[in-house]
Design a protein around this ligand. Structure first.
Ligand SMILES: [Zn+2]
Length: 225
């Protein structure tokens, strides 16, 4: 895919936007976090440019420790995820998959001819997804596999961080960013599909982690793909 945007225009855009950012944030804003970061979410999401932390929080600075790679995988960036969970001690580890994930479709289509570096990262998806030579309905199976991968990443986290989870110091949430109306009526909705390995909608809805949240929000948000 050719990108026609001129490099000079891109650099100009960065400078102009950053200048606006500087103008709209005073010294006090930065003083709060200039010495130490205190995020409360470790986010593992896909590098896909359509997925950004500000879909979750309007100002994610100092709130989201963001780990991105192709296919929102823990094992591709294990050290970074460990840093968020063990060193920054974020109480939430959020695995966020998304509509139209290119990593999952590449895996499904076969990637033997890919660069070794890309191949290595896609290889990590093997326990999550079964590769087939033919798919009856590729789009439908893609959705299923995106969700299977989210569930698998939650499983990886449950094994790695079991002690923290048992002590209620960490909650692992699997979620799906639906920007294509794949399974919600609202484009851009983030759906919770898994909490600490629980994939049962009714049981998730009654999870103590959702206590105090408007039931209408919960009904709207907790779904399986
Ligand atoms: Zn993706």
């Amino acid at each position: 895919m050719k990108n026609n945007r001129r490099i000079n225009d891109i650099i100009n855009e960065i400078i102009v936007n950053d200048n606006n950012f500087v103008k709209s944030h005073n010294k006090e804003y930065f003083a709060e976090h200039s010495k130490k970061q205190k995020p409360y979410i470790t986010l593992v999401t896909c590098s896909d440019s359509r997925v950004q932390p500000d879909i979750l929080l309007s100002d994610p600075i100092n709130k989201i420790f963001c780990v991105e790679n192709i296919g929102n995988q823990i094992l591709s960036s294990e050290g970074s995820v460990d840093y968020g969970v063990y060193h920054l001690k974020t109480p939430v580890l959020l695995i966020l998959g998304h509509s139209d994930c290119g990593a999952i479709s590449a895996f499904m289509n076969g990637y033997a001819n890919e660069l070794v570096s890309i191949k290595n990262e896609l290889d990590n998806l093997k326990p999550a997804i079964v590769q087939k030579s033919d798919y009856d309905d590729f789009e439908k199976e893609l959705l299923i596999n995106i969700e299977l991968n989210i569930d698998y990443q939650v499983e990886v986290a449950l094994q790695k961080y079991s002690q923290l989870i048992e002590k209620n110091k960490l909650c692992v949430i699997g979620a799906y960013y639906d920007f294509k109306n794949d399974c919600s009526e609202k484009c851009g909705k983030v759906l919770i599909v898994n909490i600490n390995g629980d994939k049962n909608i009714d049981s998730i809805k009654h999870s103590s982690f959702l206590d105090g949240i408007d039931p209408e929000f919960i009904n709207d948000t907790v779904k399986r793909i």
